[in-house]
Design a protein. Sequence first.
Length: 418
Amino acid sequence: MDLKQNVSIEKLENGVNFVGEQIRIFHSLIFGYYVRVGSDYESERLNGISHLTEHLFFKGTKKRKSDEISRIIEHYGGSVNAYTSRDHTTFYFKCLPDNFKKILPIFQEMIFDPLIPEEELEKEKNVVIEEIRSAEDDPEDLVFENLNRIIFKGSPFEKTILGSEEIIKSITRKDVIDFIQKNYVCNNSFYSYVGPLKISKVKDLIDNKFFRKGEVNSKIFDQKVKDNFSQKIYVYKNSLQQFHVALGFKTQNYSSDERYPLTILSAILGIGMSSRLFKKLREEMGLVYTVYSFIDIFKEAGMGGVYFVCSPDNFRKTMGLIEKEMTDIIKNGVKKDEMEKVKNQILANVVMSYDSLSGRMGFNSKSFLYKKRIQSVNSVIKKFKNVSSDDIKEVAKKYLKFNRLNISIVGNKKDFKI
């Protein structure tokens, strides 16, 4: 398999980088603006400001009210959205090629000329507080938030994306304006595009008067994370009927080739109906309804592990069976057929994602964000194909020692001891 890839990386006249790829067979396009800012780079005092600020860019500009912006974009068949992650914030829109030149100026105006009225700030702070409360009411969200805290305890990465109610309430309009002026600048952001229009045409349509001068010290992106083992946290929730459990560990960063065998190991353990844990815990033993493994890797570090939900009476038995499966992989490795099956699943996911607008832009942008270059998708496929059973065994020895896993539980037993 040889996937064609022709990504252009150029610096525009205003100093903002542009990452673009023309795909002639596509009939629609996606255009995004990426900023290297998220909870990992926030201060404790302003934890949550990246996410709150992302919301505020949709609240109108100095020329247009928010409802006018959405009406114009939707009039031309476009859709606009955004998200905040731990280490970057992204704004993007999708549309048909003929309407790109109509929507792009509105999109740039949103990013570079926001009004951020005081009343909208207060309203959006309430919206984010409701979002925080929803996450705290959701045991799955809460158990992962707590797992993140104990895995990255003592590092900048233990903060949450949403922040806390107290901090969100304290953020002022001046905090938001200062945050934008400091972070939404040329050397800390870039445009990304995938679609059928020629790169030259897309660049010509970008209005270079929209930019912010300034530079972010790149050293803030080189933070070190210590290892934490065997940390435990239990949160009592009287309203629940089950235990929600996440077992996890810190991984190497995105640049490490260790992520390839680790992704395969995670899939063998708990991704899909034919994975080891799903077959054992649900199909054979009937102990759980939900069980899956996870791996999430960022620029500086990542985390992986297993999540499951069970009744309190089944907790100890379920933990014992998970330990048994992990120990078996450490001692005996994985079977050839299960490794081949998982490789085929992963490669199919890579290719199918790459065949989509969002997947293609996400791959290109994440590569540029983390590596300052575009990684070949064929090299990614090759690295997955080249993973050996010995590679799997090595990462299993490193990460799956059960007594070293960090444990986060949200449950309905008041005096429960892990």
